[in-house]
Design a protein around this ligand. Structure first.
Ligand code: SF4
Length: 191
């Protein structure tokens, strides 16, 4: 609960910088080189934000984690010396793999399963970057995948779009944790 850099969102702020920093450390890249690689991811983010959204309330976690994975994949390809088409192909494949991902924060807090989803998004980005660098065919181009994610989000019930009304949010454990946290806040005896 300190300073959070939304990259591209607060809930999904670990996947992109985590993947880029780890790759930069492995490859011994400078901060300036890292900044340039982040620009590649930023361009993918512009395409997503322009055509769709980063908001989980609109698109579920595919809009947060999916966008983060897509942006990170493009940066990773750039860091490995890949081409522009390979970067965009990696971004497309990463988003394809996260279509339909719901948003269901446990206890109505952006902590779990968000952390795991960030780790999954980073691993997905790395895999898709490797696939693109190996010449794997994205099949569906990025703009069509973003349009598909947008369409899928209109087909998702609101319970699965960051309302804490579905998914893991309504498990007995999630409800118990939420109650406990609320009790702590009010210094209630049962907390
Ligand atoms: S589950 Fe929801 S709150 Fe958590 S990272 Fe995904 S979109 Fe954000």
């Amino acid at each position: 609960m300190g300073v959070i850099v939304a990259m591209p969102t607060a809930g999904a702020c670990a996947a992109l910088p985590g993947a880029v920093i780890a790759m930069a450390e492995v490859r011994g890249l400078t901060e300036e080189e890292m900044a340039r690689d982040l620009l590649a991811s930023g361009l993918i983010g512009v395409f997503i934000a322009t055509a769709w959204t980063f908001a989980a309330e609109v698109g579920g976690c595919q809009a947060e984690g999916g966008s983060a994975a897509s942006m990170a994949a493009a940066a990773l390809v750039n860091m490995a010396g890949g081409t522009l088409p390979q970067s965009v192909a990696a971004a497309s494949m990463a988003m394809q793999s996260m279509l339909g991902l719901i948003c269901d924060p446990i206890a109505n807090r952006v902590e779990a399963p968000c952390l795991g989803k960030n780790v999954m998004a980073a691993a997905n980005a790395l895999s898709c970057a490797n696939m693109a660098l190996a010449g794997f065919d994205q099949v569906i181009p990025l703009d069509e995948v973003i349009a598909t994610a947008k369409l899928v989000s209109t087909q998702m019930p609101r319970e699965l779009r960051c309302t804490a009304l579905g998914g893991l949010s309504i498990t007995p454990t999630s409800i118990a944790i939420e109650k406990k946290l609320a009790c702590r806040k009010t210094s209630c005896a049962c907390g």
